[in-house]
Design a protein around this ligand. Structure first.
Ligand code: FAD
Length: 250
């Protein structure tokens, strides 16, 4: 059976809609920064599995995840009530199209996330390789309300040098209230960061968020001459394709 019985080791609530948790790591469980795994709880004796991006770096002992709480969601209505020590089932198989192998090396790497779509990007920036492959990494996180800016303290503490962190809040007053995709497309993002305009020859983009953002950005980038990574080869932008059907933040 591919599911391994593990335990929840810590929980952190960010907002009424979002929380993080850590779980013990199955023996021999290997993954790359940015990948996702399927995990679940047994509800009424039946396993309810869902895909989750791994937040942690492979060097960390536990596995960390960031979750939405969908009040009537089959899994998250139960997961949001879980306590430290509770059992969680984690699949052995990892996959995903948001690893560093999914974009060519380049100058600046733009990571555009909405809501819980920031999860794989936290993993990426906790690793060292991303800063070996890119001069500057720009992480834009768009949420509706400020408490949903999960990992904000960690990101603010690390930002400033090679990592630029741009938190945006769309439904309450905040320093930046524009959607990440709009800031990117209008050129405002590069102006505010005093960076050159994104150039498909030199720069790279990774997208993880709600279907609208993924779709708008994919259309925009393709129109501007960017090439999406797919089975034909590695391009200069990539999107977690599977994410698009389930994310509806922002
Ligand atoms: C590749 C992949 C990676 C994923 N990684 C994560 C992750 O790291 N964290 C995470 O919370 N979810 C992630 N998801 C979504 C996750 O698999 C579940 O959909 C989510 O946990 C809700 O499950 P549920 O059974 O409670 O609700 P479901 O019954 O599955 O979903 C109910 C509805 O909730 C909405 N919804 C589902 N997920 C989200 C979300 N993340 N944000 C906003 N609205 C949502 C959708 O409209 C969905 O139709 C990922 C999905 C995919 C395909």
């Amino acid at each position: 059976m591919p599911y391994n019985q593990q335990s929840i080791t810590s929980i952190r609530r960010w907002s009424p809609k979002t929380f993080s948790f850590k779980a013990t790591r199955p023996e021999g469980f290997r993954f790359k920064n940015g990948q996702f795994v399927t995990l679940g709880l047994r509800c009424g004796g039946k396993l309810v599995p869902r895909a989750y991006s791994i937040v942690s770096d492979p060097d960390e002992p536990d596995l960390e995840f960031l979750s939405i709480h969908v009040p009537d969601g089959s899994l998250t209505s139960e997961l949001a009530q879980a306590s430290v020590g509770d059992t969680i089932w984690i699949n052995s198989k990892v996959t995903g199209s948001l690893t560093l192998e999914h974009v060519q090396a380049g100058r600046n790497l733009y990571l555009l996330a909405t809501g819980t779509g920031i999860a794989p990007f936290i993993s990426l920036i906790r690793g060292e390789e991303i800063f070996e492959r890119f001069e500057t990494v720009i992480l834009v996180h768009s949420v509706r309300t400020a408490p949903e800016l999960s990992y904000r303290e960690e990101l603010e503490a690390r930002a400033g040098g090679r990592l630029r962190y741009v938190p945006t809040v769309t439904r309450e007053p905040h320093d930046i209230t524009g959607r990440g995709a709009d800031l990117f497309r209008s050129g405002e993002l590069s102006r505010m960061l005093e960076l050159p305009d994104p150039d498909p020859e030199l720069d790279r983009v990774m997208l993880c968020g709600n279907p609208q953002m993924n779709k708008e950005m994919t259309t925009h980038l393709k129109e501007q001459g960017w090439t999406m990574t797919n089975y034909k080869g590695v391009g200069n932008f990539t999107v977690e394709q599977a994410f698009v059907t389930t994310q509806c933040e922002d």
